[in-house]
Design a protein around this ligand. Structure first.
Ligand SMILES: Cc1cc2nc3c(=O)[nH]c(=O)nc-3n(C[C@H](O)[C@H](O)[C@H](O)COP(=O)(O)OP(=O)(O)OC[C@H]3O[C@@H](n4cnc5c(N)ncnc54)[C@H](O)[C@@H]3O)c2cc1C
Length: 359
């Protein structure tokens, strides 16, 4: 089939086909802008950070803004998106706990509880006995309490992105893969000129959804976006014999103090994710290489070992199992943890949809 001609004009050009850029295309299409949206992706959709995300999403956040986004997304991923597009999203609604070991942490959970309650979430503060009832394998020594968010879960981030891409296309948006934007400048009349490997396109609104590339893309238009790229690991164990007999998925455990991360089931395997508190690693200080696709780093066991060891202490049924899969990838990080979403200061009709440390 002949390839469609590269468009010369669009109302909006989104650069970047991860969960953020595709999510924006989907939602703009639902706002009635579908035929006026063009998305450019330099490789395949999700080939930046999105494909390797662990896909967890939780109501336990102390940010009102993020809380609203999370709640909306859980609704979208757990039903509406799949019904609308017919594309599998693979939502796992297993719920989750966030543990506290100190009274300071309990105060923080109470604060998070108050935010969640005021937003109308299904959220409760519980004692360790409730955690033990729903997750009998976790070593709860020293745990004072936990925030229980039963509507949480996890999702396959590639499936979600592909489903939103299908939804955007159904409403007329155009997604052009294998097409890297190579320069973005503004004409005297305010129009944006996006040069790319397949041609030049002019638009009224430009959206930078470049993930770990967003900072270097911003430089083309005179912007200094405050973000850097940090790396993060998760590990998937061999099948866990104790999981074989379960007819229900265990809740995700977020153990910030001991594991500095999260532990959950990955089908009948265990998944351990670690945000190391010391020696964290930033990468690509000058720029992220344009040729990277689906890029992973070698696992750095020395760096994560204290928390990996503690996670085996907390989940003794993992202790004798081998690790079958290591994922060590980059995530963009803004300085204060808040994503860069909205108009870029001082540059008319240039929008940021990047800097997310969670997707
Ligand atoms: C190991 C790991 C586990 C994670 N687990 C979770 C989790 O459980 N929950 C969670 O919420 N988040 C998680 N994350 C974070 C999540 O992956 C990211 O926050 C999210 O994927 C960012 O999406 P994005 O669309 O902003 O960026 P990306 O997915 O990186 O997308 C940016 C896209 O832009 C494209 N691009 C860049 N420059 C150009 C250009 N010039 N022209 C055309 N295309 C371009 C890239 O090719 C890329 O596809 C995890 C991350 C890692 C590393």
């Amino acid at each position: 089939m002949a390839e469609k001609e590269f468009p010369a004009q669009a109302r909006v050009v989104i650069v970047g086909g991860g969960v953020m850029g595709v999510g924006l295309a989907y939602h703009l299409a639902h706002e009635g802008w579908g035929p006026e949206v063009v998305l450019l992706e330099k490789a395949e959709l999700t080939s930046g950070s999105t494909w390797h995300a662990a896909g967890q999403i939780t109501h336990s956040t102390s940010s009102f803004g993020l809380g609203k986004c999370v709640d909306y997304n859980i609704g979208l991923y757990s039903g509406k998106l799949e019904q609308e597009t017919g594309q599998a999203v693979t939502w796992h609604g297993c719920g989750s706990f966030r543990l506290a070991y100190t009274w300071d942490e309990m105060d923080w959970l109470r604060h998070t509880l108050s935010v969640g309650r005021s937003l109308g979430f299904n959220i409760e503060l519980v004692g360790p006995e409730k955690v033990a009832e729903l997750h009998p394998f976790y070593n709860l020594e020293g745990v004072l309490g936990a925030l229980h968010t039963p509507d949480d879960g996890h999702v396959d981030p590639t499936n979600v992105t592909m489903a939103m891409a299908a939804g955007a296309r159904q409403l007329g948006a155009r997604i052009i893969r294998q097409c890297r934007a190579t320069n973005i400048t503004q004409a005297g009349n305010g129009e944006w000129i996006v040069e790319s490997e397949k041609g030049t396109i002019r638009c009224e609104h430009l959206v930078n959804a470049g993930g770990t590339y967003a900072r270097q893309m911003g430089e083309w238009s005179g912007l200094q976006l405050p973000m850097t790229s940090m790396t993060h690991h998760y590990f998937v164990t061999e099948p866990v014999p104790e999981f074989e007999a379960l007819d229900k998925e265990l809740p995700v455990i977020r153990d910030d103090k001991k594991v500095s991360g999260y532990i959950r089931m990955e089908q009948k395997r265990g998944l351990i994710g670690i945000y190391e508190k010391d020696g964290s690693n930033s990468v690509w200080h000058d720029h992220c290489p344009w040729e990277y696709e689906n890029w992973l780093f070698d696992a750095d066991y020395d760096r994560v070992m204290p928390w990996l060891e503690e996670s085996l202490n907390r989940m003794p049924i993992f202790a004798d199992l081998g690790i079958q899969r290591e994922v060590h990838g980059a995530i963009s990080h803004p300085p204060d943890g808040n994503p860069l979403i909205g108009p870029a200061p001082g540059v008319r009709n240039y929008w940021c949809c990047c800097g997310t440390q969670i997707g």
